[in-house]
Unconditional design. Structure first.
Length: 507
């Protein structure tokens, strides 16, 4: 028993480090003198960044100590670790560090010590989520992350917009958790297990049941809220607009990585025998018995993907606020990723992780530029970007890379991400023809997305008169913000130039 405890502790070293750092960051926030001596003017944030770097290094320690290779899987007490999971954890921690570095651009609305502590606990929940190997651990980890994000949204205590956004986020989140837990309980009732592998084995030996279809719908509704897919996205525009910029950046980027990963794990590992593609015959002859198969989870995900891609892109066209535009863009990108999940047998998880990571990186960069605009112009309307190219050419160049990657323009990482997802769907279409329609809709809606991304870039490069450009942009971005933007843009370029290298990291 003691050996198992030590083994579990080794698997969770990054989470343990972040837990200790989160508590320390909260307590040092009570001493304002530390902030005056700190180079970044906030000791809690600096401590959180250092702790996150240590947690990142501990992942390499785990990989070295346990000799984890591409085909290695270690599972213990509901926690599993392999090379793919460690790669996702690294991505989560790196983007968490970027979110912490953006706090310098945030107005004095929030207590940075509280923010750092809550953000780290949300990161811990997301890291546990990607490591979970049973439904119970997955649900607890998801709720830890979600409750922390509800609090992050409400940290602007005197802002009624933030209070409204936080209340909507909490109410929708509580409802989605109830749906998800109900779906998990139905799966447990039908299989007698909460472990992904045992659920897979049990479902492979029993026919489809109407109760199982209800469980799929419940799970899709519950996870759909976390993934920001239509029609379960109603919280996202208000939350992105009402939360502080670092909080919105974290919610829009880091949380998506873990949620899409666990969605892929559930459908690829636990529920794989019940995908029931549309290409199957209308009836199945089994001896003297004729079985009319019920729809599985794949048609359900396909319908949600179509709604998300069309609704998200068309609604984004009408937005004037960039934060709300990014919210509806997130709905569309969730639809693209669901296309990949419907073809997960042909794809595997690696291309989905690749797409999600670089989508998150581009999103957090876009929020970083938006924070600069918000601090200089007081709002984030598209017209507020006018003159940015004149005053801050490096920042604008980064913005071009972020938005063109989100639009899927080569040779950036976003293009190759969509290419791999759609290619996998085309391969599966040889058996299941309706997935071809998903690819066609994905291509068409990607063209639509290019318009509203270019609309922002056009505004950024619209020239204003030389005498007032300095009046429009008085505050220069902090060094940490510029560093996040430059690193993010460089990583997206590298991801596009060497896509196979990054995909191999998650195999």
């Amino acid at each position: 028993m003691r050996n198992q405890f030590y083994s579990l502790l080794i698997l969770l070293v990054p989470e343990v480090i972040l837990s200790l750092v989160a508590m320390c960051a909260l307590f040092v926030g009570f001493n304002p003198n530390l902030d005056k001596r700190c180079p970044c003017k906030n000791f809690s944030v600096m401590l959180s960044v250092i702790g996150s770097v240590l947690a990142l290094g501990s992942i390499f320690f785990i990989q070295y100590i346990l000799k984890i290779e591409s085909n290695t899987l270690i599972e213990l007490h509901g926690i599993q670790v392999n090379a793919s999971i460690l790669g996702v954890k690294m991505g989560i921690i790196i983007l968490t560090i970027f979110s912490l570095m953006l706090t310098r651009e945030d107005p004095l609305y929030i207590n940075k010590a509280e923010y750092s502590c809550i953000l780290l606990f949300s990161t811990i929940g997301l890291m546990l989520l990607v490591s979970s190997s049973n439904l119970l651990v997955a649900f607890i980890a998801l709720e830890l992350a979600a409750l922390s994000m509800y609090l992050m949204t409400s940290l602007k205590k005197d802002d009624p917009v933030a209070a409204e956004a936080s209340l909507k986020y909490f109410m929708f989140g509580g409802m989605s958790s109830a749906f998800l837990l109900f779906g998990f309980s139905l799966i447990y009732g039908m299989t007698g297990s909460i472990k992904f592998s045992e659920i897979n084995t049990s479902l492979a030996t029993q026919p489809m049941d109407a109760l199982l279809v209800i469980a799929f719908v419940m799970i899709v509704v519950g996870l759909g809220f976390k993934l920001t897919v239509a029609p379960f996205h109603l919280w996202a525009p208000d939350t992105y607009e009402g939360a502080s910029l670092p909080s919105a950046a974290f919610i829009a980027s880091v949380s998506k990585i873990a949620c899409f990963f666990i969605t892929g794990m559930i459908f690829l590992n636990a529920l794989a025998p019940t995908s029931m593609e549309w290409g199957i015959p209308s009836v199945i002859q089994k001896g003297d018995e004729i079985i009319k198969p019920l729809p599985g989870w794949k048609p359900i995900l396909a319908i949600v993907a179509v709604i998300s891609m069309i609704y998200g892109n068309l609604t984004a066209l009408a937005q004037k606020s960039v934060r709300r535009l990014l919210a509806y863009s997130a709905v569309a990108h969730a639809g693209y990723i669901l296309v990949g999940i419907t073809a997960i047998e042909a794809l595997g998880l690696a291309p989905i992780i690749y797409y999600t990571l670089f989508y998150a990186l581009a999103t957090i960069g876009a929020f970083g530029v938006t924070s600069i605009i918000l601090n200089n112009r007081g709002n984030d309307d598209i017209e507020s970007f006018v003159g940015l190219g004149q005053k801050m050419p490096v920042v604008t160049l980064s913005l071009i890379i972020f938005f063109l990657s989100l639009a899927g323009i080569p040779p950036l990482a976003g293009f190759f991400g969509k290419f791999y997802l759609f290619l996998g769907a085309l391969k599966v279409s040889e058996i299941s023809f309706p997935l071809l329609y998903l690819v066609i809709i994905g291509f068409a809606t990607s063209v639509i997305s290019l318009y509203y991304y270019l609309k922002i870039l056009k505004a950024a490069y619209n020239k204003t008169s030389e005498e007032n450009v300095d009046d429009l942009f008085v505050r220069e971005p902090y060094f940490t913000t510029r560093l996040v933007l430059i690193l993010g843009a460089v990583l997206i370029l590298l991801g596009g130039c060497f896509p196979q290298f990054f995909i191999n990291l998650f195999l």
